[in-house]
Design a protein around this ligand. Sequence first.
Ligand code: FAD
Ligand code: FES
Length: 269
Amino acid sequence: MLKKVGRVEEATEVSSGIYLLRISCPLKEPYPGQFVMAQPPGLEEIPLSIAGYSGGELKLIVAAVGETTRALCRMDVGDRLWVRGPLGRGFSYMSRKTAVAVAGGVGIAPLIYLVDARKREGLKTKLVAGFKSRVGGKLIQLLEDLGDVVIATEDGSIGAKGDAVSVASSMITRSSMVFACGPEPMLRKVVDLCMSVGAAVECSLERYIKCGVGICGACLIEGEEVSMRVCADGPVFDGETIVKLSDFDKLALDRSGCKVPLHGGCPSR
Ligand SMILES: Cc1cc2nc3c(=O)[nH]c(=O)nc-3n(C[C@H](O)[C@H](O)[C@H](O)COP(=O)(O)OP(=O)(O)OC[C@H]3O[C@@H](n4cnc5c(N)ncnc54)[C@H](O)[C@@H]3O)c2cc1C
Ligand code: FES
């Protein structure tokens, strides 16, 4: 897939170190859960979840954690970047089941698009957005504009006290469809919970992504009987697939292709 030129229309810090970017860039209509590869001039191409798309305008929520994300967050209105996508397989976002979306930190990005896309189809979603501690008012406003949202913080500084999965647990039943994105220990907790109550679950996973189209193998996540390419078979996987992947919440390939303990290397959330 060819790279397109995008133009920055807005770059706003919505919470400390977290930015909302609006980029005009005509793309094939993306599904919630898909991602783009974004590349500021002279830097690496990195994967970012699509947080919104409408009328040729792409929304991204970016945490400034390293060289490329910091450069993206520093961009001014009118600056240009390369965009490649939409890539990957998204969520079953049109599910008619009672939907609960569970986000940890900047894992909120694809779920913003999911909740909004469901709303446009007249489908309701409860969103539980978990953060370690207090987040900025602009981010809270952006989430509250989506509708049925519960903010949770681990230290109780705002919203409900606890992690997103504990707070969401009372909302999840056998008839729920749960969509989740966040750090893998959190996703492990959500998958275990959903399996134990018999709820359907889909999680967006992260691995180091190079080609983004399933060719290079950099993003492989392995199990005994099955291996998946996060960029092309995912990044969204259902609970039944995830439990077969023994690398899940344990191991990941790093930048050079070596398998390393997940929490010592990539990914980043
Ligand atoms: C499918 C997917 C969707 C993502 N969506 C978002 C999002 O919506 N918002 C957001 O802020 N972040 C998102 N990320 C994470 C984001 O890609 C990394 O934070 C970013 O690549 C870091 O690049 P850097 O140069 O700023 O930092 P670096 O200092 O290069 O790296 C910081 C961390 O990011 C990891 N990383 C670096 N390059 C890549 C890469 N090419 N692929 C995967 N991980 C990488 C590194 O292993 C390291 O742990 C997503 C990752 C994936 C795989
Ligand atoms: S990044 Fe190349 S196969 Fe996934």
